[in-house]
Design a binder for this molecule. Structure first.
Ligand code: ARG
Length: 460
């Protein structure tokens, strides 16, 4: 089929060039945005007296039918027939309604058209992913709610460090996800400018009402500078960077779950429906979902790097390189949405093995700081208390004992400050309850964090 732009050409496009150049195999997913943009553009053209009311009505009728056919999957997106989704819709419209269809593109370029379509698509998908993040926050908060007194070791350097609760660790991920949601909100705020009406690069000689189309399409305003309007892909980059950071968080959570499932930790057990087996080792139950999330994180980083690299050397205004914005953004959206679909159900169905967590807490001297704090509160300088406790830990390691197994006499040999109160001071639940500073792991503080998480989900 002859190209819509074939006017100045005397040869048809080479077949390989056609395949190379076409974006319809992937940009067909922008069809609804493309049609919505054209509906608004034609409304505006008629209001401004640039096309007639009758042409506007025919365009609306035709576009509405095309939208329904595309929704129903009745249109094939063949690159031999259509170069991209914009040409496809216009060709179909003109086949349907004749000359009125040929008037649709008055005062418009594919450059501002594609800039609009992509921006609307990213706006919608960022909204979906934002809502998926809120759902994940809710699910993790539910698990936290049930585990505010589930004692386990907190780690630094992957060494047992101090007593915390399972709720407290989960709520750390909730804090990360709250920031992820806010980053997406910020991206939505920054992208809230409409590029339609920018033309190819220099606006247009027709008396377009850009404020009308911006408002019709749900934007706060048209973009300030038309040349920037057609060449700006910052919102794609911001979105990909939001998704990369989000995936980094999901990957870290996945890494923890992988560890917690191992026989070395055995802090949780995933539901059978969310685990996979081995083809040879009958005993295996693998956390494949988490490993895939961890792996796909690399893929989303790649999507960000792809677009950063595509954009870095481009002169103003539109360059065809920018067609390469689509597959990486689409891939990141699909990948992140899948991860956010599978993780909540995996987390809400896992079994928390609280006794194993508590047992790990009893080994590893995670109450050593509490012993030192106990002596410090009795009047010993902290540095001395720290040293004395270190000596007790070394002795316990030699003798295969724990701090709370030392008798009062043995303790008093080291310092007369020890009394019966020592045992309560190094009790793990007490130790957690006393870590009651704002943002801390005590049940009282984690309840506060849970309330903040619920509040956040309600207001965002
Ligand atoms: N398919 C193109 C893209 O995705 C549409 C814009 C083409 N504009 C142009 N002047 N060739 O970027």
């Amino acid at each position: 089929m002859a190209k819509l732009w074939a006017g100045r050409f005397s040869k048809t496009t080479d077949e390989t060039v056609n395949d190379f150049n076409s974006s319809i195999p992937f940009d067909n997913r922008l069809y609804a945005q493309d049609i919505r943009g054209s509906l608004a553009h034609s409304d505006m053209l008629a209001r401004q007296g640039i096309i007639t009311r009758e042409d506007r009505d025919a365009i609306h009728q035709g576009l509405t039918e095309i939208l329904a056919a595309m929704d129903a999957g009745e249109i094939g997106f063949d690159p031999a027939q259509y170069e991209d989704i914009h040409m496809c819709v216009e060709q179909l419209l003109t086949e349907k309604i004749g000359d009125a269809g040929k008037r649709l593109h008055t005062g418009r370029s594919r450059n501002d058209q594609v800039a609009l379509d992509m921006r609307m698509y990213v706006r919608e998908e960022a909204g979906h992913i934002h809502d998926q993040v809120l759902h994940l926050i809710d699910v993790i908060t539910d698990v936290a709610q049930n585990n505010t007194e589930t004692i386990m070791p907190g780690y630094t350097h992957l060494q047992r460090a101090q007593p915390v609760t399972f709720a407290y660790i989960l709520l750390a991920y909730v804090s990360m996800l709250k920031r992820d949601a806010r980053r997406l909100e910020n991206t939505l705020e920054v992208l809230d400018e409409c590029p339609l009406g920018s033309g190819a690069l220099a606006g247009t000689t027709y008396p377009l009402d850009r404020h009308f189309t911006a408002e019709t399409l749900g934007f706060s305003r048209p973009c300030d500078n038309a040349m920037d309007g057609v060449s700006d892909r910052d919102y794609c980059l911001e979105f990909l960077s939001d998704l990369s950071i989000l995936m980094m968080h999901l990957s870290r959570l996945s890494e923890e779950v992988i560890s917690w499932c191992s026989w070395e930790f055995k802090f949780i057990e995933l539901d059978d429906a969310f685990s996979t087996g081995s083809s040879i080792m009958p005993q295996k139950k693998n956390p494949d979902i988490c490993e895939l999330v961890r792996g796909k994180t690399g893929r989303v980083y790649g999507d960000l790097m792809t677009l950063l690299t595509v954009m870095k050397g481009l002169p103003l205004a539109y360059d065809k390189d920018m067609q390469e914005d689509k597959e990486c953004v689409f891939d990141a959206i699909d990948t992140v949405s899948m991860c956010l679909k599978v993780l909540p159900d995996m987390l809400s169905t896992m079994t928390v093995l609280t006794e194993n967590m508590a047992a790990a807490g009893r080994r590893g001297f995670i109450n050593a700081t509490d012993c030192a704090d106990y002596l410090t509160k009795k009047g010993m300088p902290f540095r001395d208390a720290y040293k004395l406790t270190g000596g007790l830990v070394a002795r316990c390691i030699r003798e295969g004992r724990t701090l709370e197994q030392l008798s009062l006499e043995e303790l008093q040999e080291e310092s007369p400050l020890f009394d019966e109160g020592f045992y309560a001071a190094v009790d793990l639940l007490n130790a957690v309850k006393r870590r009651n500073t704002w943002g801390g792991p005590s049940p009282e503080q984690t309840q506060e964090q849970i309330a903040l998480a619920r509040e956040f989900v309600k207001n965002h």
